[in-house]
Design a protein around this ligand. Structure first.
Ligand code: ATP
Length: 292
C-alpha cells in the first residue's frame, strides 16, 4: 500500500462570534461558537486519509503541546483513518482564534510555536518509507527545505501548498513536483506561468474552480461546483487532499484534469457545510464518488 506523509501543523480552531471586530484598545462582547480540530497539515491529512482509506496509508507528523488542547486534538484525530505521529513538546499547543463578525467575515490569529519547533533532523527522520510528501508553510522554512531536499534524494513525490506564504521560500518551491496555490499565493510567488516552469501547478480560484498548469502553460480549467455556500473554511485544504488522493487512486504521479474535477466536487461539499473537519466529505462519500 502506498504511503503518504504530511509533515505540518495541527491546531485547535476556536471560533468566537462578535458583532464587529474590536478597534485597537476596545473590549467587545463575544460568543464562543466552537472549538475544533484544525491546522492545514491536519486538515489535508484527514481529507487524504478519508479519500484513500483501504488504498493508501496516510501519516500525519506534527508537534503538539502536553496541555488540554493537545489532549483534545489527539482524541479528535483518533476518529480519522490515519496514523498520527504527534511529537510532544513542552510548549502550548498551536491555536487559531477565529473572530467572526455579523457579516460572517473572519479575522484569524494563529500561533505556530509547536509547528516551528520541528527540527530539520526530525522532519527528515519522519519521511520514513513514504512515497509522497505533502508540506505547507507552517514549519520553519529551513526545516521544510531540508526535508524537501532529502525527499528528492529518495525519489519521493513532493507536494507543496505554500501557505502561509511567509513560511515559504523560492528555493522550497523549486524543490517540489506539484504546487497547489490559491490566487493570492500564485501572485505572491510571480504568477502561474512562471511558477509552473519545470513542474505541475494547480491554481485554485475560489467559486470559479481551479486550473492545471504545466511547463508555463494552462492545460485545463475546471469550474467550481457547490449546491450552496455556507462556510468556505478549509475549502483549500479539502481541495488539495482530494486532488492528491484522486491522483494516487489512479496509480499516477502526475495530476490530470479528472483529479481537479474530483477535488472541486470535494471542496464544493466542504463550502456547503458548516465547520471544517465535519464539513469534509466522509470516507463513505469519497468511496461513492470514486466508484462513480
Ligand atoms: P481557504 O483558505 O478558504 O481554505 P483557499 O483560498 O486556499 O481556500 P480557494 O481558491 O478559495 O482556496 O478555494 C479552493 C477550492 O474550493 C476552489 O478551487 C473551489 O473548488 C472550492 N471553492 C471555494 N469557494 C467556493 C465557492 N464559493 N463555491 C464553490 N466552490 C468553492
Amino acid at each position: 500500500m502506498a504511503q503518504v506523509v504530511v509533515i505540518g501543523n495541527i491546531a485547535s480552531d476556536e471560533t468566537l462570534a462578535v458583532e464587529a471586530f474590536p478597534a485597537p484598545g476596545a473590549s467587545v462582547a463575544g460568543e464562543a461558537i466552537s472549538e475544533a480540530l484544525g491546522g492545514k497539515g491536519a486538515n489535508q491529512a484527514i481529507v487524504m486519509a478519508r479519500a484513500l482509506q483501504g488504498v493508501a496509508g496516510v501519516r500525519l507528523v506534527a508537534a503538539i503541546g502536553q496541555d488540554r488542547r493537545g489532549a483534545k486534538l489527539r482524541t479528535d484525530l483518533e476518529a480519522e483513518p490515519l496514523t498520527a505521529d504527534l511529537i510532544r513538546r513542552a510548549l502550548p499547543s498551536d491555536l487559531s482564534v477565529i473572530l467572526r463578525d455579523a457579516s460572517r467575515e473572519n479575522a484569524i490569529i494563529t500561533t505556530q510555536s509547536c509547528a516551528r519547533s520541528l527540527t530539520p533532523q526530525e522532519a527528515i527522520a519522519a519521511l520514513g518509507t513514504a512515497e509522497v510528501l505533502v508540506l505547507q508553510g507552517n514549519l520553519r522554512a529551513e526545516t521544510s527545505l531540508a526535508v524537501l531536499q532529502a525527499a528528492a534524494a529518495q525519489g519521493v513525490l513532493r507536494v507543496l501548498n505554500p501557505s502561509p506564504v511567509e513560511g515559504c521560500s523560492a528555493e522550497m518551491l523549486a524543490h517540489c513536483d506539484l504546487l497547489v496555490v490559491n490566487e493570492g499565493e500564485a501572485a505572491y510567488f510571480g504568477g502561474a506561468e512562471q511558477l509552473s516552469a519545470g513542474k505541475t501547478l494547480v491554481r485554485t480560484l475560489g467559486a470559479a474552480g481551479a486550473e492545471l498548469w504545466r511547463e508555463g502553460r494552462r492545460i485545463a480549467a475546471v469550474p467550481g461546483r457547490a449546491a450552496q455556500v455556507l462556510d468556505p473554511t478549509g475549502a483549500g485544504d479539502c481541495f488539495l487532499g482530494a486532488l492528491v488522493a484522486a491522483m494516487l487512486r489512479r496509480g499516477a504521479r502526475a495530476v490530470a484534469a479528472s483529479d481537479l474535477t474530483l477535488a472541486t466536487w470535494a471542496a464544493g461539499i466542504c463550502v456547503s457545510r458548516l465547520a471544517t473537519q465535519n464539513a469534509f466529505p466522509t470516507a463513505e462519500e469519497f468511496r461513492a464518488a470514486f466508484a462513480a
